[in-house]
Design a protein around this ligand. Structure first.
Ligand code: MAN
Length: 565
């Protein structure tokens, strides 16, 4: 235990000084939070090991009695123990377990006029005024140095900075609300799309079924044909027949026009000749005894007396005119015969046309069914499968394939939208509103960039290709413990939301590049800091209003201090 008279005298003096420190009724260095453990008038039980009890006189006697150091809240006697873990609930005693971790966060400085804070036990009476944490200088109570109370002045500066920070936080909070609202709108759009795709897919499935039936029907009809329509040529055999007829009619029409022309020209020459001979008969001199002339006149008189045959008939000529008109003018539509898709049996055996429509349809169907059955049982050759598909089958197949492709696309789209809805977009889904936004910062020979929910990039300032430092994979929560600079642009201490980026460009002799983007509250989206923690493993600290809120570091940070204080 304790030894030496001199030491005893010092301990007594220290205790006397500490017994009712500052008139608070609490031993020196104890915060209101831990006061309850020091209330007993006679004895003190170590906080984390309540089975160990010591007389109250041994609290702050500069000798470390408790394994958790709780008997020395105002001295540095237990400073050698490990500091309190941020996750250890300090006021929950762990009976039975000998805890060698400090139960207290540090020496408590009241800092009247500023914000109370704990200073590490190692700083108590070390001869240095720790104004950063202990502006009232109370940790240097031993007299090695005299630390004046500077809390009024430090507190004033801090309050000014804090007011600006609070204002900025207020703005950041507003911005976060806007981002959350925007994220909600974006999510709603996806939900609406999921719904409309559901309806479109239902319709698409019905359409595909109908088109499958249509194709089956067209193929079945095709099988039932007796005379198959040729693939390339119009209308198959029937079409060929029609083509020949059309050609022959054209030839005859041409010949008729030509013969009529020759007839008309011969007719006019004949009239001219008859006129010459008639004049000759009238004008010749019968007193000349020319036998040749007399013979010619008699021959003409015989010719003129003979029956001239049928006179030119105007009606007949009109008929000829009509015959030589174009097919369109005559109302002949060859193409309707050429593209005839139905069974040629209909044309060849037109007797069905004399039947009532219902009987005709029934009979036609029966004939087709019979033919299909015969084909399927191998009795009849399948004329439809031996050549190219008909236009009807091709069209039906095209319609079906288009509908199937559309349906596939819609289903893929739906899967993508559903996956998007199941993704973690951070608290309140707020990160959805950051999508497509990028922030960057110069550091060393590179400009670094992070595009939210997309990727991180390293861009050489001297030119050359960019390097992918990782693609966004998920949102994580990590613990950080960092100083926050006076401008508040830092992460502080506590759990922070982070965005993990993996599978970037491969690093020579190393892994694929990856980046952890840790987020802190800030009025604007900004890239604060970049570090390459290991080769090609990067960490970025990024400020964004998206993570501002209750429990955020920036909300509680005293001037240059740690946010847990
Ligand atoms: C580049 C950069 C660095 C990285 C090396 C690894 O220079 O991407 O960050 O460390 O490649 O070779």
């Amino acid at each position: 235990m304790k030894g030496g008279v001199a030491l005893l005298c010092f301990e007594y003096a220290a205790f006397a000084y500490a017994a009712s420190e500052g008139g608070s009724g609490r031993p020196r260095g104890v915060s209101p939070e831990f006061a309850k453990f020091y209330k007993d008038a006679g004895s003190f039980a170590c906080i984390s090991n309540p089975s160990i009890s010591i007389p109250l006189a041994r609290v702050n006697d500069d000798y470390c009695d408790c394994p958790d150091g709780s008997d020395e809240p105002g001295t540095s006697a237990c400073a050698h123990l490990s500091p309190l873990s941020p996750h250890t609930p300090a006021d929950v005693p762990q009976s039975g377990v000998v805890n060698t971790t400090l139960a207290l966060p540090g020496f408590y400085c009241k800092n009247k006029g500023h914000v109370p804070a704990y200073v590490p036990f190692t700083s108590v009476n070390d001869g240095v005024c720790d104004y950063e944490l202990c502006c009232d200088g109370s940790e240097e109570w031993g007299g090695i140095v005299k630390c004046a109370d500077k809390c009024q002045e430090i507190g004033k500066t801090w309050r000014e900075i804090d007011a600006a920070r609070q204002k900025s936080l207020g703005n950041a909070g507003k911005k976060r609300k806007e981002l959350v609202a925007e994220a909600g709108r974006l999510r709603k759009q996806v939900e609406d799309r999921v719904q409309s795709l559901g309806v479109e897919i239902e319709g698409g499935e019905v359409k595909v079924k109908q088109l499958e039936q249509e194709l089956a029907e067209v193929e079945r009809k095709e099988k039932g044909k007796v005379v198959k329509s040729g693939g390339g040529e119009k209308g198959g055999k029937m079409g060929q027949l029609v083509g020949l007829a059309k050609q022959r009619v054209e030839e005859l029409k041409g010949a008729l026009v030509r013969v009529r022309g020759e007839r008309d020209s011969t007719k006019s020459r004949l009239q001219e000749l008859e006129g010459v001979l008639a004049a000759f008969k009238e004008e010749y001199n019968p007193n000349f005894n020319d036998e040749g002339v007399k013979r010619a006149v008699r021959a003409w008189e015989d010719y003129a007396a003979r029956d001239k045959g049928p006179e030119a008939d105007a009606a007949h000529d009109r008929d000829l005119d009509a015959m030589t008109k174009s097919d369109e003018e005559n109302g002949i539509d060859w193409s309707s015969f050429e593209s005839e898709e139905g069974s040629d049996t209909d044309v060849l055996y037109a007797f069905e046309n004399y039947l009532p429509p219902t009987v005709r349809t029934w009979l036609d169907q029966k004939l087709r069914d019979l033919r299909v059955t015969l084909i399927e049982s191998g009795i009849l050759a399948d004329s439809s499968s031996s050549g190219d598909e008909s236009k009807g089958v091709k069209d039906a197949k095209n319609r079906l394939s288009t509908a199937q492709k559309d349906l596939e696309k819609q289903k893929k789209d739906l899967d993508g939208q559903k996956e998007d809805l199941s993704k973690d977009f951070g608290p309140d889904g707020v990160f959805r509103a950051l999508k497509g936004k990028c922030v960057s910062k110069d550091s060393g020979e590179y400009t670094y960039e992070v595009c939210f929910l997309d990727r991180t990039t390293q861009k050489p300032k001297k030119g050359g290709g960019n390097t992918n430092m990782g693609n966004f994979v998920r949102v994580e929560t990590i613990f950080v413990d960092e100083d926050v600079p006076a401008n508040g642009k830092g992460l502080g201490t506590g759990e922070r939301i982070a965005m993990k980026h993996e599978n970037g460009q491969h690093c020579w002799n190393g892994p694929n590049r990856s980046t952890m983007v840790v987020l802190g509250c800030s009025e604007e989206n900004e890239l604060w800091k970049i570090m390459e923690e290991e080769k090609c493993v990067y960490r970025m600290e990024v400020g964004t209003p998206a993570v501002c809120g209750e429990g955020d570091a920036a909300a509680k940070v005293p001037q240059g201090g740690k946010d847990e204080l």
